[in-house]
Design a protein around this ligand. Structure first.
Ligand code: NAD
Length: 449
């Protein structure tokens, strides 16, 4: 078992730290956010993530997991130091590496014995070598010759199923030229190694590229089916049947073929923009990725047009009250970073709507993410409170509790019986049987003859 420090206790740092402790390692999670660490020390989990609370409590109880703001102390005490800080988008779309640099320099200022520095943050290709440079620069300032290796170990967990993803990954990617560091990483992930999880051992640059290429590919796949869905509406095809049949082809696969209001979240938007930027810097434009970014933005705006059309054409949103169910960028998370809900709510308000919004986990986040339109919003207490007195209903995030709405009750609470299902989770006939008008995505506009 390894002794590990994790710098950055956000979605990735907390889940990684807790699960690595569950694998039998001794883990200290550190953060500059004092409130977050104080909360964790009292057992308050700062994120909504199914299953994380039990793992944190089990491992703190067993003495394998602890939380601290003493970053320098944690670096000194542990042989393996993970960097799991944020890499948010800078103004120009590139990844802002200032948090990674700060973490790397702190490592250089602190280590006094051989250390494996593991980069888990999603970073542009070449960052691993920059991290080594920042650490070296700090060691030189101290006139210290402490050996270290940098490893790239990108993370593929999805918010909402992060614990399951971390403990049952499709693959573990280890990018490093040092055999010693690679062997230590195998020790860190020993539990997964024993269950024969595929290990991809490669160099730093390839590991960094694997993460960007994977996220970009998934974003392309979602965007592709969104465009096909839009065409389906025009030609009278049903995208769900199309996607189902496409997905049966093993070369294509059925995942990420669900049309919707455009991808969002903390990863796809920023990682696609960062990859496009890297392509431009190296004179190898990533045209497919660049187009995907544009088409995804268009898809978000298209949802507003769809609602306008469904309500009766240009000007029809003005003066309406619309219930919006789901604000997080996907179910089982409270994360609203780049959620399509933001563009949609702002767009509807701009066209004169008032909104009754509800999300099972993201209401706190919505308070400030939607602050620019705060005076046009009513923060509901549940789905039926949101629907009460609204003209139309827009279902935006496919939380389980929205999958089985009492449709006759919905009909009785809505002024106009318009049901916009932007995740295609309902069948048209069941909604229409309740006396509502159903508008899904990529569905024939006219009933088939
Ligand atoms: P986050 O914003 O939730 O957490 C980052 C944490 O790092 C914050 O708590 C912040 O206070 C802390 N921090 C920043 N600088 C620090 C420093 N110098 N020392 C100590 N703590 C510091 O971010 P996240 O969603 O966990 O993402 C982290 C990285 O992982 C990003 O690069 C992201 O792209 C990548 N990633 C995220 C996901 C995801 O689903 N969220 C999945 C895979 C990869």
């Amino acid at each position: 078992m390894a002794h590990i420090a994790v710098i950055g206790t956000g979605y990735v740092g907390l889940v990684s730290g807790a699960c690595l402790a569950d694998f039998g390692n001794f883990v200290t999670c550190v953060d500059i956010d004092v409130k977050k660490i104080e909360g964790l020390l009292r057992g308050v989990i700062p994120i909504y993530e199914p299953g994380i609370e039990a793992i944190v409590s089990r491992n703190t109880g067993a003495g394998r997991l602890c939380f601290s703001t003493d970053i320098a102390g944690a670096i000194k005490k542990n042989q393996v130091v993970f960097i799991a800080v944020g890499t948010p988008p800078a103004e120009d779309g590139s990844a802002d590496l200032s948090y990674v640099e700060r973490a790397a320099r702190t490592i250089g200022q602190g280590i006094d014995a051989y250390t494996v520095v593991v980069n888990k943050s999603t970073v542009p290709i070449g960052t691993g070598r920059k991290v080594a440079g920042w650490i070296r620069a700090e060691l030189e300032k101290r006139k210290a010759a402490v050996p270290f290796d940098v490893v790239s170990n990108p993370e593929f967990l999805r918010e909402g199923s992060a614990v399951q993803d971390f403990t049952h990954p499709d693959r573990v990617v280890i990018g490093s030229e040092s055999e010693k560091a690679r062997n230590i990483m195998k020790d860190v992930y020993r539990s997964l190694y024993l269950t024969e999880t595929p290990y991809i051992e490669t160099n730093l640059e390839s590991a960094e590229m694997i993460k960007y290429a994977s996220n970009a590919f998934l974003a392309v796949k979602i965007t592709f089916i969104n465009e096909i869905a839009n065409l389906c509406e025009k030609v009278g095809a049903d995208v769900q049947d199309v996607a189902k049949a496409m997905g049966r082809d093993g070369r294509i696969g059925s995942k990420f073929l669900h049309p919707g209001p455009g991808y969002g979240g903390s990863c796809f938007p920023k990682d696609t923009r960062a990859l496009a930027k890297i392509g431009q810097e190296y004179g190898e434009s990533q045209c497919i990725v660049e187009t995907t970014i544009k088409v995804n933005e268009k898809q978000k705006l298209r949802m507003i047009e769809k609602i306008e059309q469904g309500l009766g054409g240009p000007g029809s949103i003005n003066g309406k009250t619309i219930a919006v169910l789901g604000l997080a960028f996907k179910p089982n998370t409270d994360d609203m970073r780049e959620s399509p809900a933001i563009a949609l709510c702002e767009g509807l308000v701009k066209k004169g709507a008032r909104l009754r919004v509800w999300d099972p986990a993201a209401m706190g986040e919505a308070e400030w993410r939607l602050r620019s339109i705060r005076d046009k919003l009513y923060f509901s207490t549940d789905e039926y409170d949101a629907i009460t007195g609204s003209d139309a209903l827009v279902l935006l995030t496919e939380w389980n509790q929205f999958r089985n709405l009492d449709l006759p009750r919905v009909k009785s609470l809505l002024t106009l019986p318009c049901f916009f299902d932007l995740r295609n989770i309902y069948k048209r006939f069941e909604v229409e049987n309740a006396g509502l008008r159903y508008i899904g995505i990529g569905k024939p506009v006219l009933k088939p003859a």
